[in-house]
Design a protein around this ligand. Structure first.
Ligand code: 3PG
Length: 418
């Protein structure tokens, strides 16, 4: 047991059917049916391998895509191919979640065999919209179809989906009402690493917050400034544009229209409030870049009216690099601009290299930040790459994550058997 949760060491695995919830949600090239990044899949391998090597019949449950921000569900079939390659062992796939075909495949598994079910979010009860509208208790989640159909076939539930642990959804939280449940090796490691850094971060501790996931970024900024974890916050991406607008800097009609169109106007007021309480700890860009056939950098007093601001400028990058060189701990969530394009990758590339070359302990989380790290081949230069974005942020708020609550609840109902 660790943190009041059972681990894989607490149960016999040989011959047992194990439902294992993982998070292998990755960017996908739908034209070629291929995953563009496999970081999260690689991270799940130790748990899956251990279960299979110890003789469990392994049933993997996972989602692909989000209904709230992207509306981009996709089958998990391509993931089974990557898993097969990484494990060096066949991972079967069935295009069903809990219907008769899936149940038949599960019942046919031999010891050590692995089966990946299709995208669990194809079930409406797994959607984030369903979660936020109904706010189900653990008991209510256990009454959903997916739990009711799958739990009778299994002996154990394993949750290795730290990246989705902030979601209160049936395949993350419902099985523990009926099955002994354990935390997977990846989840266990992420929990240990992030908790210990949070308890006593080496100072100065800085946060680099960029990207376009605004709700997450502002929640994180508020939390780490209010609870005193952050000594400094460096902003980039859309986060910085909103902060500048909150300071009454004219960011131009196009950028304001972008914020309005994406229903982000309320964050300008939230940003005003954060600035009121913590302005001395927040660094905003002095210059930004836009594209007009080529990259053009301008000071923040001279921003264009009709072009989107797509990157921090070089003066800002230099100032941020100086701060990074003096930091002892750096948290990174979100890129400095549209790093996918050549003209607007400068800021992200500079900052990422500065972090990689610094002596600071660096913790990076979130899909885009991981993709940028892979683009610049800096995976080995970051101290810790966390698979979670939203989950990491909510973990930092100090709230008990729903999947953790469900695992603790299950540990009380089903204590360790070995
Ligand atoms: C993620 O990509 O952050 C996780 O897979 C969770 O996805 P969600 O934010 O759509 O629940």
């Amino acid at each position: 047991m660790k943190f009041g949760i059972c681990t894989l060491d607490d149960f016999e695995l040989k011959g047992k059917t194990v439902l294992c919830r993982i998070d292998i949600n990755q960017p996908i090239d739908k034209v070629n049916n291929k995953l563009k990044d496999t970081t999260r899949i690689k991270a799940c391998i130790p748990t899956i391998k251990e279960l299979s090597d110890k003789g469990a019949k392994v049933v993997l449950l996972a989602h692909q895509g989000s209904d709230i921000e992207y509306k981009n569900y996709y089958t998990t079939q391509p993931h089974s191919e990557v898993l097969t390659e990484l494990l060096g062992k066949k991972v079967k796939f069935i295009d069903d979640v809990c219907g008769p075909s899936a149940r038949l495949e599960i019942s046919k598994l031999n010891d050590g065999e692995i089966l990946l079910l299709d995208n669990v979010r194809h079930m409406a009860e797994e959607m984030t919209l369903f979660e936020t509208k109904l706010n189900l208790s653990l008991e209510e989640q256990s009454k959903t179809l997916v739990v009711q159909k799958l739990y009778p076939l299994a002996d154990l539930f394993v949750c290795d989906a730290f990246a989705a642990a902030h979601r209160s959804q049936p395949t993350l939280c419902g099985f523990g009402q009926y099955l002994p449940s354990a935390i997977g090796r990846l989840f266990e490691e992420e929990f240990c690493v992030i908790s210990s850094i949070m308890e006593a971060p080496k100072r100065p501790c800085i946060f680099i917050l960029g990207g376009a996931k605004i709700a997450d970024a502002f929640l994180m900024m508020n939390t780490v400034l209010d609870n005193g974890i952050a000594d400094k916050v460096l902003t980039g991406g859309l986060v910085a544009n909103i902060m500048l607008a909150a300071k009454n800097i004219d960011i131009g009609t196009s950028s304001m229209a972008f914020i309005t169109k994406n229903n982000l106007s309320e964050f300008i007021d939230i940003a005003k409030n954060i600035l009121k309480n913590h302005s001395e700890k927040i660094a905003l860009p002095d210059d930004l870049a836009y594209i007009d056939n080529k990259r053009i950098e301008v000071g923040i007093d001279n921003l264009p009216d009709d072009s989107l601001l797509v990157d921090i400028g070089s003066q800002t990058a230099e100032a941020y690099k100086r701060t990074i060189s003096e930091a002892a701990t750096v948290f990174i969530n979100g890129p400095m601009g549209v790093f996918e394009k050549d003209e607007s990758e400068y800021g992200t590339k500079e900052i990422w290299h500065a972090i990689a070359n610094s002596d600071a302990y660096s913790v990076l989380g979130g899909g885009d930040s991981i993709t940028a790290t892979n683009k610049y081949a800096l995976e080995d230069s970051m101290s810790y790459i966390c698979t979670g974005g939203g989950a990491l942020i909510r973990f930092l708020t100090g709230e008990e994550l729903p999947a953790v609550k469900a695992l603790r609840d299950a540990a009380k109902k089903f204590p360790p058997t070995i």
